[in-house]
Design a protein around this ligand. Structure first.
Ligand SMILES: [Zn+2]
Length: 357
């Protein structure tokens, strides 16, 4: 007998025995021990394994699933009908992101392939990882019922997801509406608020002349999407203007904006007057809803200004900002610029691009 215990020589055989069972060894069952015997008289115990993403081999953190294995084995030994359900997750955009990093290492990008080819390549990549993951879970001794393994992109599951959405829609729990999203123009996708990575950065704060007001903004290029200006309702400086309309000559002709009062305006920011761009700022969107302001989308999904920006249409945000500021300066409509304004911007956690609401 070896002096040291070498798991490698023992564990795989033992796992195979657990998984497949072996009547010849007197264990009495031909099928595996991980597949429950359904007994309607007994209370079942089941856990759905949080599906590992099939875009990488599993990491140390996945070993914590052992806690579930302990619970499962405890209930199985008690004689409860016990199921630990395994699977693999395609992980959608996460997988595409991992795959694109792999492509980048080879000096390629997703745009080098047509849609079908790219899809096929990613599917093959996922298939390989799925098998690695399955192997890793077996090596960890997880007592999962492999006869019930599912992959989250199986046709049956896709169909079930669609059915679920249709049902949610029929039950009026799902509806379609216009809403601001955190959008990365490089990745071509939107993110939930939780996924936004906020970073502090130094930008210029432009003080622009808006009719009778001077107001501060870091994003002068969105001015074509303004549908109001706002002040704090208790700001003594602007009481007489609340509810009135201001009119002035803008870069693309006459601009008419209503002055609204809203609690969310910080009187200490800039001059206490802010422009309201409901289509491109979360706070402004909320102000827009409270005051029933229209939404004007001036930045498209491609990160370029839309036709609403007139002669600035087609320019990317950064270029548009430079041109707008240059033109405003030429017309004497920039009062002054704070060169080192520190603020927080939402960025894409994948590629670092500043998100456009
Ligand atoms: Zn991105």
């Amino acid at each position: 007998m070896d002096k040291a215990y070498i798991p490698k020589t023992v564990e795989q055989d033992v796992y195979l025995l657990w998984e497949k069972g072996s009547p010849s060894l007197g264990y009495g069952r031909a099928s595996g021990y991980f597949t429950p015997t359904i007994n309607l008289k007994k209370r079942p115990f089941s856990i759905l394994l949080p599906l590992p993403n099939a875009n990488d081999p599993m990491h140390m953190g996945h070993a914590m699933f052992i806690v579930q294995d302990i619970l499962i084995r405890y209930h199985r030994m008690k004689g409860d009908p016990t199921l630990w359900l395994p699977g693999g997750d395609h992980a959608g955009i996460e997988t595409q992101f991992v795959f694109e990093k792999k492509l980048a290492r080879e000096g390629k990008s997703r745009f080098d392939y047509d849609r079908d080819t790219l899809y096929k390549m990613i599917a093959e990549f996922v298939d390989a990882n799925k098998n690695i993951n399955r192997d890793q879970m077996k090596r960890l001794g997880f007592s999962l019922d492999w006869t019930r393994y599912h992959y989250s992109l199986e046709p049956k599951i896709i169909e079930q997801v669609l059915k679920t959405f249709v049902k949610l829609h029929e039950d009026k729990l799902l509806y379609r509406a216009e809403k601001l999203v955190n959008y990365c123009t490089k990745c071509g996708t939107s993110f939930s608020d939780l996924e936004v990575k906020h970073v502090e950065q130094i930008d210029k704060l432009y003080y622009m002349k808006y009719g009778p007001f001077i107001l501060a903004t870091t994003r002068p290029e969105t001015k074509f999407g303004d549908t109001a200006v706002a002040v704090h309702p208790k700001d003594k400086r602007y009481q007489e203007w609340i509810g009135k309309e201001i009119e002035f000559e803008g870069l693309n002709g006459k601009v008419k904006l209503t002055v609204v009062a809203d609690d969310v305006v910080d009187p200490a920011f800039g001059t206490g007057v802010v422009k309201v761009t409901p289509a491109h700022d979360m706070t402004d969107y909320e102000i827009g809803i409270r005051h029933k302001l229209p939404m004007k989308q001036v930045i498209g999904l491609d990160g370029k200004l839309t036709s609403l920006a007139g002669p600035y249409a087609g320019l990317r945000v950064k270029a548009a900002r430079e041109k707008v500021v240059a033109d405003l300066t030429a017309r004497g409509m920039i009062d002054h610029i704070d060169e080192a304004y520190v603020h927080s911007v939402g960025t894409c956690y994948k590629c670092g691009t500043i998100l456009e609401p």
